[in-house]
Ligand binder design. Structure first.
Ligand code: NDP
Ligand code: MG
Length: 338
């Protein structure tokens, strides 16, 4: 079992007199910056000039600096910009301004794991990764709660990296919910695997196939959307609350019987797991990361074509029409992240 840490294990006082530079002010950046500030930590925000986040962070009352300046000002430099451009920004703006004994931190290990960022040996390197979208990280903190976080120390130059990381996570509220110890390798590989085979890749293809089979059989797209997409949330909410057994308790026995007899027919375990192992092997070997980095260098041809095609897929078209009429769905439900 992995180690878990809570507020009693964290000493927020370690951040006294220190400055945290938050690089990026998007989903995660705004939440880390605001929560740390409310925890009494001195925060500066590092951004590119002319980007849309600059005005937002300024309006929120932060000292906003160009990334190079924020890096110089920060004892802890948390990098919260898009993973696919992080390596480039790190080389140009962050690396030249890192001094010995500082810490650099991440909310996802991709760039460290696949060596897009290779920090010098004289700084601490840690992961402080909330397991939830930034808007939830902020909302939970403001409500006196927290989102569970992962901690990993990749490099301990000062001998204090773990305590600093624990203090940081306490500052963003994560210690209220629990901090799970991992490594950047485990976090990165399980994260990529999970989003590819289950959360995004797996689930979206499952929904799409179900939708297409019903529509091709002559059922209405509206019914297909409700059955194969809309209702998924109800099921997932039940699983989150009470596990698969609790979900089965709430659905009808007919649905539960169908789960047992038809689940393995549409997802034959041995075949599905063999494919999943192929995906895992591409994640572990770095093949997936290399393809994604190359895709970005080439202007995202596959990514953009798929995104455009999805927009016109009948399940998306009918979904847009139906959701317009479902005004009871709150905005909070639309928060998304993996
Ligand atoms: P967002 O896309 O929400 O925000 C990106 C930020 O990066 C913006 O402030 C943007 O500023 C800035 N930025 C973009 N391009 C550049 C550039 N070329 N130079 C400088 N700044 C740039 O990112 P997220 O918060 O989603 O992700 C940040 C990190 O957190 C990633 O490592 C991600 O894996 C991780 N993470 C994200 C989670 C989530 O729920 N979203 C969950 C857990 C981890 P501008 O306005 O100037 O474009
Ligand atoms: Mg993820």
């Amino acid at each position: 079992m992995a180690n878990m840490y809570y507020e009693k294990d964290c000493n927020l006082g370690l951040l006294e007199g220190k400055t945290v530079a938050i690089i990026g002010y998007g989903s995660q950046g705004h939440a880390h910056a605001m929560n740390l500030r409310d925890s009494g930590v001195k925060v500066v925000v590092g951004l590119r000039q002319g980007g849309k986040s600059w005005d937002v962070a300024t309006k929120d009352g932060f000292d906003v600096l160009p990334i190079a300046e924020a890096t110089k000002a920060g004892d802890i430099v948390m990098i919260l910009i898009n993973d696919e451009i992080m390596g480039e920004v790190y080389d140009k703006e962050v690396a030249p301004n890192l001094a010995a004994g500082k810490a650099i931190a991440f909310a996802h290990g991709f760039n460290i794991r696949y060596k897009q960022i290779v920090p010098p040996a004289n700084v601490d390197v840690f992961l402080a990764a909330p397991k939830g979208p930034g808007h939830t990280v902020r909302a939970q903190y403001a409500a006196g709660r927290g989102v569970p976080c992962l901690i990993a120390v990749e490099q301990d130059a000062t001998g204090k990296a773990k305590d600093v990381a624990l203090a940081y996570i306490a500052g963003i509220g994560g210690a209220r919910a629990g901090i799970l110890e991992t490594t950047m390798t485990e976090e990165t590989e399980t994260d990529l695997f999970g989003e590819q085979v289950v959360l995004c890749g797996g689930v979206v293809d499952l929904m799409r196939c179900g939708f297409e089979v019903l529509v091709e059989a002559g059922y209405s797209p509206e019914s297909a959307y409700f059955e194969c997409l809309h209702e998924l949330k109800l099921i997932v909410d039940l699983v989150n609350k009470a596990g698969v057994g609790g979900m089965n308790y709430s659905v009808s026995d007919t649905a539960e019987y169908g789960e047992y007899v038809s689940g393995p027919r549409v997802l034959p375990a041995e075949e599905t797991k063999a494919r999943m192992r192929e995906v895992l092997s591409d994640v572990q070997s770095g093949k997936f990361a290399k393809n994604w980095i190359d895709e970005n260098k080439n202007g995202r041809p596959l990514f953009n074509a798929q995104r455009a095609a999805l927009k016109d897929h009948p399940m998306e078209v009918v979904g847009r029409q139906l959701r317009e009429k479902m005004l009871w769905q709150s905005d909070a439900d639309l928060d998304s992240a993996t």
